[in-house]
Design a protein around this ligand. Structure first.
Ligand SMILES: [Zn+2]
Ligand SMILES: [Zn+2]
Length: 334
């Protein structure tokens, strides 16, 4: 492991004009289509909604997403009346599997940032687990996230807390992205993932895969304890677990840009937050992550526990991960 010694990067900001800023882009670097010649960065005017927020609100609500998220929360409330200890254990395990392994390790560090390399089947396995977290496909997720890094807390950030904590937590995606703008967003921010037919297939099958997973959980419950356990497994293993995973992820966009301490003088408002790190398996060390986005390791002090990185190390020791970016340097890893 290389020595961690480089000075922290501080992004430049400008209120007008453009700048060559490809090193600030945090997706897989060194591919020509992902090297952006110029990114215009503008601060959001204090007290006013961002242009991105105005644009999305003008498009109107995205009713499929509103219904999906509402249904999950109704199920969360219903789960209270169908509690079993077996379902609670199942929920905790699936929270780690789909939230920790699917979102934190798969969607975020592997697919959005290219923090390590792995076999294609392993990549698709983690992409599938990420889909089971109910937060959309890998293509969609990575595009939004890379854009967040490129414009963190500036005009263009899809979920800046400057548009309000609720907006950054869960308001932003309930408004329509607009068909054409949505397609352009995917093409611009996730061209590498769009080239993979398997990723496209996972995008198309997002809802059927989640439905099938619910059927599998229900069947498991029936085998263990008949209809009462079926109801308990579906309400807890699907609905309550999805709600908990979603809010854990959303806290990264809201809480860790508002509360916590900073190790690095990044130009955004990112923070390190221990209680968010607890629910997100190390992702709560968000200021560290914004300072060094491609690093597979988010905990930069001994007390900043990052269990997702432990799994990456485990994969590495088994020969299932290589070229792990475990040092504070950009652009030298591929
Ligand atoms: Zn952030
Ligand atoms: Zn990131």
């Amino acid at each position: 492991m290389a020595t961690i010694s480089e000075a922290p990067p501080v992004k430049k900001q400008s209120t007008s004009g453009s700048e060559h800023d490809s090193r600030n882009f945090n997706g897989p670097p060194l591919k020509p289509e992902l090297e952006f010649a110029s990114i215009v960065k503008r601060k959001q005017r204090p007290g006013e909604p961002s242009a991105e927020r105005r644009r999305r609100v003008e498009q109107g609500l995205s009713w499929p997403i509103v219904l999906w998220v509402s249904l999950i929360h109704v199920g969360l409330v219903a789960a209270i009346f169908a509690f079993t200890w077996q379902a609670l254990v199942l929920t905790i395990f699936l929270h780690w599997l789909t939230g920790g392994m699917g979102i934190c390790l798969g969607y975020h560090r592997l697919l959005s940032h290219g923090s390590f390399r792995t076999h294609r089947l392993v990549r698709l396995f983690f992409a599938t687990l990420g889909g089971l977290a109910g937060e959309g496909s890998a293509v969609e997720w990575a595009a939004n996230h890379r854009r967040h890094h490129a414009y963190s807390d500036l005009e263009g950030d899809p979920h800046s807390p400057l548009d309000g904590p609720l907006w950054s937590h869960m308001g932003w995606f309930t408004w329509s992205d607009g068909g054409e703008a949505h397609t352009k967003k995917l093409q611009r921010w996730a061209p590498d993932l769009l080239k993979d037919p398997a990723m496209i297939l996972l995008d198309r099958l997002f809802m059927p895969i989640n439905f099938c997973f619910g059927v599998i959980l229900g069947s498991l419950g029936f085998w263990l304890g008949g209809w009462p356990m079926t109801v308990s497994f579906v309400l807890w293993g699907m609905f309550a677990r999805l709600a908990l995973v979603m809010h854990s992820t959303w806290l990264i966009n809201s809480a860790t840009h508002i509360w916590g301490y900073r190790n690095y003088a990044t130009s955004d408002d990112s923070r390190n937050n221990w209680w968010v790190a607890l629910f997100t398996y190390g992702e709560g060390w968000h200021n560290n992550h914004h300072a060094y986005p491609r690093m597979a390791k988010n905990g930069h002090h001994w007390w900043e526990i990052d269990t997702t990185f432990w799994v990456i190390r485990l994969l590495q020791s088994c020969g299932l991960a290589w070229k792990v970016v475990d040092y504070k340097q950009r652009g030298k890893d591929t």
